[in-house]
Ligand binder design. Structure first.
Ligand SMILES: *Cc1c(COP(=O)(O)O)cnc(C)c1O
Length: 359
């Protein structure tokens, strides 16, 4: 990596060619279905504008969660289809037509609001309809399907979302599939979409007409072991100071770590405000040239300390870059340290460090 353009002691490299390759791989696996791209939450923290531009040649359909995200995405992609997973916000259906966005209608109330809006406008604006097939989160329930607002409605897409797709053996998957087939039977000919990333690996039955991967675009495939997908990020941070400790010296807030011998410690410019969870203290490590550098003491807001005794002195200088996340395993370890998932790590990565784009 070249020099940072931003004056920060941490930098995130985003590999756009990895995203393109991951997308190609997903399209191949779900070959009979259209492969859309989910770029909500600033493309899971990787930067929506760059990710959208990277995928624009291959992808026709994008998904975001908030209407505001759709408005931003529309500015980068004037011609693509953009679905808004949350639908329109209560009282603001015109926001959808203003930016040419397609709401995912999630409740009867939203559906009624949308239909009266379309009536006022004298035009059937496109909308998708979501069904709840088991998560009790978004979408119409079975009993809603008898409502007259539903009966003659013609959505452009029918969707639902799997709760346990990262556990291929879970019977909840087949149960949700069964319900989805039942619920969508009332809309013959309307395209259907059930699977996000993990669902794609459950097999063709789960692909329908469109799949909606998010995390797999960025290289992570929960519930599915694969080397075909490449992690699209690399996070590095800089050594800001190096010190020699004597046996008995302590490190960090609470003085929780005590040196058992003389050691060299580097203070590195990345902390929990950048998404390196404080509970990663003592468990985690940074890396340089394949050498593991254990984190010692508590992680601070803007810095952490690593044991660099094992590093050759030639590599040890203020300003040297150390790897924080360079592989899926690093990312999973960080997630495991707080009992969370890769999604939360990615979307927790801070916004104050420099973001680079390669490929
Ligand atoms: C976030 C989201 C996706 C993408 O999920 P991944 O697991 O990241 O692939 C797809 N569909 C819906 C409804 C979502 O909320």
């Amino acid at each position: 990596m070249e020099h940072s353009s931003k004056q920060t002691s941490a930098r995130l490299a985003v590999d756009l060619s990895a995203i393109r390759e991951n997308y190609a791989c997903l399209s191949r696996i779900a070959s009979r279905a259209e492969c859309a791209a989910v770029v909500k939450a600033d493309a899971y923290g990787l930067g929506m504008e760059k990710v959208a531009a990277t995928l624009a040649d291959a992808v026709q359909t994008f998904f975001v969660a908030h209407p505001e995200e759709g408005k931003m995405l529309r500015a980068f992609l004037p011609k693509k289809r953009i679905f808004i997973l949350h639908g329109f916000l209560p009282g603001y259906p015109e926001f959808m037509t203003m930016y040419n966005l397609i709401p995912v209608i999630n409740s009867l109330e939203q559906l009624k609001g949308w239909r009266s809006f379309c009536q006022r406008e004298g035009k059937e604006h496109p909308a998708a309809l979501q069904f709840d097939t088991g998560m009790s989160r978004f979408g119409l329930s079975c009993k809603d399907l008898c409502d007259e607002a539903v009966i003659d409605f013609r959505p452009v897409l029918l969707l639902s979302h799997l709760a346990c797709a990262d556990c291929p053996e879970d019977i909840a998957n087949t149960e949700q599939l069964r319900r989805f087939l039942n619920m969508t039977a009332a809309f013959p000919g309307v395209p259907r979409s059930l699977s996000a990333s993990s669902g794609i690996f459950l097999g063709e039955k789960y692909h329908f007409d469109m799949v909606r991967p998010g995390i797999a675009l960025y290289g992570l495939t929960p519930g599915y072991e694969s080397n075909e997908f490449r992690l699209a990020i690399e996070l590095e941070a800089q050594i800001l100071q190096i010190r020699q400790l004597c046996s008995g010296d302590r490190i960090g807030y609470g003085l929780t770590y005590r040196a058992e011998r003389s050691m060299r410690v580097a203070t590195v410019g990345i902390g929990y405000a950048d998404g390196i969870f404080r509970s990663f203290s003592e468990i985690g490590a940074l890396w340089k040239d394949g050498i593991r550098l254990p984190i010692r003491g508590r992680i601070s807001m803007d810095s952490l300390s690593v044991d660099v005794t094992a590093l050759r002195s030639a590599l040890l200088r203020e300003g040297a870059w150390l790897s924080v996340i360079r592989s899926k395993q690093d990312l999973m370890r960080l997630a495991d340290s707080v009992g969370t998932i890769s999604y939360e790590v990615l979307t927790s990565l801070g916004y104050r460090f420099d973001r680079f784009y390669r490929g």
